[in-house]
Design a binder for this molecule. Structure first.
Ligand SMILES: *Cc1c(COP(=O)(O)O)cnc(C)c1O
Length: 219
């Protein structure tokens, strides 16, 4: 086995164990392998080892990298986990199977228009600025009800996504995101990265986004 295939097996074991500890059924937390900045040579071993869901953060990088990797593999899912400009909404709708960074009204409108035009309807997660950090993407917690009202009317909203503040315990933020999802009757919870995906899985994550624990540090 390659290093990354071994890492994949370890991460999957840890993810399943954390979900089981919290009494969640096996497979209730999906692993998104975050392959941003990594080339096809790094990604192919994970595909060969059975990984099917990948996360990327830039439209142009996906256009360059994925057509060949995806060729003949209709079961591969690509999830957009990075900020999206409204003028790239058409590309995002065409390329991605899920979009985790819907965080403002103008983007909701642009995505809805392009979904109607193309007939493709990638699952959408509303990104919440869960720590109310000024420099970070995501809808402010206070504005979430309003954005959700708008988004659920026109987009296939699967749930909520967040990146908690760095350097502090993430669990309270994961718990808050889970509560917000519950309050709004949403099932999907995209939360948890390499350093904290087990905590996220215990607190209800349906999707964890793991990069460096699978691929090694990004350069
Ligand atoms: C890069 C990134 C990840 C993966 O981070 P790791 O710490 O490498 O696991 C997850 N989510 C988002 C939004 C990212 O940008």
């Amino acid at each position: 086995m390659t290093t990354s295939a071994i890492r994949l097996a370890e991460v999957r074991t840890r993810l399943d164990r954390a979900a089981a500890l919290a009494g969640r059924p096996a497979g209730s937390a999906s692993l998104i392998a975050v392959s941003k900045t990594h080339d096809a040579g790094a990604i192919q071993p994970l595909i060969d080892a059975g990984q099917r869901i990948f996360g990327e953060n830039r439209v142009q990088e996906v256009q360059a990298k994925w057509p060949a990797l995806r060729d003949g593999r209709p079961d591969i899912e690509l999830h957009l986990i990075g900020q999206l400009q409204s003028n790239k909404a058409a590309d995002a709708v065409a390329m991605f199977d899920a979009i985790h960074s819907v965080d403002r009204a103008s983007l909701v409108t642009a995505l809805a228009r392009n979904m109607d035009a193309s007939g493709r309807r990638p699952a959408c997660f509303i990104q919440v600025n869960i720590g109310d950090e000024p420099q970070k993407g995501g809808c402010p917690v206070a504005e979430l009800p309003e954005l959700l009202t708008l988004a659920t009317a026109v987009l296939p909203v699967a749930g909520l996504m967040a990146v908690p503040p760095a350097g502090v315990e993430a669990a309270p933020y994961f718990a808050l995101l889970a509560k917000l999802a519950r309050d709004h009757g949403l099932h999907g919870l995209s939360m948890g990265m390499s350093d904290d995906f087990e905590t996220a899985a215990m607190l209800g994550a349906t999707h964890v986004r793991v990069g460096s624990a699978l691929f090694g540090e990004r350069t």
